[in-house]
Design a protein around this ligand. Structure first.
Ligand code: FES
Length: 334
């Protein structure tokens, strides 16, 4: 507890300590005068510098480390080190640079204005051992600033600033067959109207199947029911459509298919997310017809090979998963 208090006083001394004044006579000081300790100051400066470097490392790994296999452990290590160095710097300040003494005295019955003056003097006089006050102040501000930036960095990737490849990567690429949960490849003839099917990329592990980017809902519509927008022309295979199973609102799985219809209440088939009832029209490219989803359901282009199997023609037409700031700026990546 007293260490924590020392650390807080240390930080206060560094940040709000004023310019060195002419030393007070010993008998009028509240805090005993102790000699400067330049070696400890150097250690503090070094630790604050290391804290800044570690926080900067976090930001760089986050921004450019998409291809690193150990990106997550590296991020954790960098942030952990930044906090460790900052804590170590404050501990050195508390132990080696701020005079400490324990005085037992009763609480005064009421606050009185003189107390503030006493605290200001305490902070002021506690800093008299510092010889490189400005440098230390800069070091502390630098460490605090880079650490604050590092903490804010992950939020920035929701905006258009960082291109975070992991959010956009999917295992789909041209020629990959669509398989069911047991790995059995789908043939076009397996897909019947008024039913819907769960599909995954062939050859993916169970772990990859759990990845949100991988799974599909596959349905069949009459080709003359289709009104796909021009940029999605050719995405269906004779009326077979393969949509991402992940709702573009908050990422729940699409588990409801409104077909067959109950005429005349429901005019067209629809894919529905049970979480908040976002409803997507598969005939028009997964457009949102109801609910809170803010963008269309991504569509995977498919074709039927010479043996009748369903295969992907490429990747989705847009990013898979829940929406975030700037999501419309990028495309899904294989
Ligand atoms: S997550 Fe699908 S509607 Fe909210």
């Amino acid at each position: 507890m007293s260490r924590a208090r020392n650390a807080i006083v240390s930080a206060l001394v560094l940040l709000v300590g004023r310019r060195r004044r002419r030393p007070k006579p010993e008998e009028t000081r509240l805090v005993p005068a102790l000699p400067p300790n330049p070696a400890a100051e150097l250690v503090v400066l070094a630790l604050l510098g290391l804290c800044s470097l570690a926080a900067l490392g976090f930001i760089l790994i986050y921004a450019f480390g998409d291809s690193l296999s150990a990106e997550t452990p590296l991020l954790g290590t960098a942030l952990g080190l930044a906090f460790l160095f900052l804590a170590a710097a404050l501990i050195v300040v508390g132990l080696k640079l701020v005079p400490t003494e324990e005085l037992a005295e009763e609480y005064p019955p009421h606050e009185h204005p003189g107390e503030q003056q006493v605290i200001a003097e305490l902070v002021d006089e506690s800093g008299t051992r510092f010889t490189r006050r400005r440098l230390l102040k800069l070091g502390l501000l630098g460490a605090g600033g880079t650490l604050g930036l590092a903490i804010l960095t992950p939020a920035v990737s929701f905006g258009p600033l960082f291109h975070v490849g992991n959010f956009l990567r999917t295992p789909w690429r041209r020629g990959r067959r669509l398989v069911d949960e047991n790995g059995r490849p789908y043939k076009a003839a397996d897909i019947e109207k008024n039913d819907f099917y769960l599909a995954f990329p062939e050859g993916t592990s169970d772990e990859e199947k759990d990845q949100m980017a991988a799974s599909l809902v596959v349905i069949r519509l009459d080709p003359d029911q289709l009104h796909l927008p021009p940029h999605l022309e050719g995405y269906d295979a004779h009326g077979i459509l393969a949509y991402s199973r992940i709702c573009t609102h908050a990422g729940c799985a699409i588990t409801l298919y409104r077909a067959p219809l109950f005429q005349p209440d429901e005019p067209r088939p629809a894919l529905v997310c049970p979480c908040h009832y976002s409803t997507f029209d598969p005939a028009t490219g997964g457009t949102v017809t109801f609910g809170p989803a803010g963008r269309d359901l991504p569509l995977l282009p498919v074709y039927v090979d010479s043996s009748g199997y369903l295969r992907a023609k490429g990747n989705f037409d847009g990013p898979v998963g829940p929406s975030w700031w700037g999501v419309r700026l990028w495309n899904a990546q294989p």
